[in-house]
Design a protein around this ligand. Structure first.
Ligand code: 1GP
Length: 235
């Protein structure tokens, strides 16, 4: 079964999921066993690897090691075409539909297409909506786009609907890594009420309580990065 079929099935059965986001820059290759143990204890449904700003060249090594030593699906969450790597299971082909920068709407995708075509990766076209969180984030700075204001639920909904109508397969509501405030629950519930696509929510989810609330609001998959890096949920 493809990963996308699995995600759809889980959604149909109302089985909520979560993913750990690993920033390869922060992975200590010398203490990899420790990381694997932490992942095993946490029991996520899948692993995301990538980020909007990766400076070191550890990316490939981290993906290879995860594939070798861990049974979870490894999904690329690319910040640039350089983060396409055939050894992973799948890739979220992000379309930054909350922004108005053509590079992140089509430019980078054209650059990446020849490599993606050859890669054998399962490609999941994903509408990526950056939501204002109270502080500026790497993705905002790097992509040179403005996030959707957190009070503008109608704009977020219209953007999500446009993404669905354009044929994207998933929606990712992103407050940004280390966000001060996560995506508002009202925004998640409104989008989930009107869109049929699986909904990913991430950025600033630091407690189990917040993950449960995001799920209850309609998120299908919650992404946790910083809290995992910092030793786990705060509750
Ligand atoms: C970022 O949504 C992810 O793309 C995770 O954010 O690091 O704040 O958990 P955090």
């Amino acid at each position: 079964m493809t990963l996308y079929k699995f995600l759809k099935k889980q959604k149909q059965n109302q089985r909520k999921m979560w993913a750990i986001l690993l920033d390869p820059d922060k992975v200590d290759l010398h203490n990899f066993e420790e990381l694997l143990e932490k992942i095993n204890i946490s029991q996520p449904d899948l692993l995301l690897v990538g980020g909007s700003f990766i400076s070191e060249q550890k990316f490939h090594k981290v993906v290879k090691k995860l594939k070798k030593k861990c049974n979870l699906p490894v999904v690329l969450f690319p910040g640039s075409p350089a983060q396409v790597f055939s050894k992973a299971d799948a890739i979220l082909l992000l379309n930054l539909i909350s922004g108005r920068n053509p590079e992140y709407l089509i430019g980078k995708h054209v650059e990446a297409a020849p490599v993606l075509y050859q890669s054998g990766l399962e490609i999941i076209p994903t509408g990526y909506l950056l939501i204002e969180n109270g502080r500026s984030t790497s993705v905002e700075y790097i992509s040179n786009t403005k996030p959707i204001p957190r009070t503008k639920i109608d704009i977020a909904l219209a953007t999500a609907l446009a993404g669905e109508m354009l044929g994207l397969k998933m929606l990712y509501l992103e407050a940004g890594s280390g966000a001060k405030k996560p995506v508002p629950l009202k925004m998640i519930s409104t989008i989930s009420k009107h869109c049929r696509l699986p909904i990913i929510v991430g950025g600033g989810i630091k407690t189990k309580q917040r993950m449960l609330k995001a799920w209850a609001a309609g998120a299908d998959l919650v992404v946790v990065g910083t809290a995992f890096e910092e030793g786990g949920f705060k509750d």
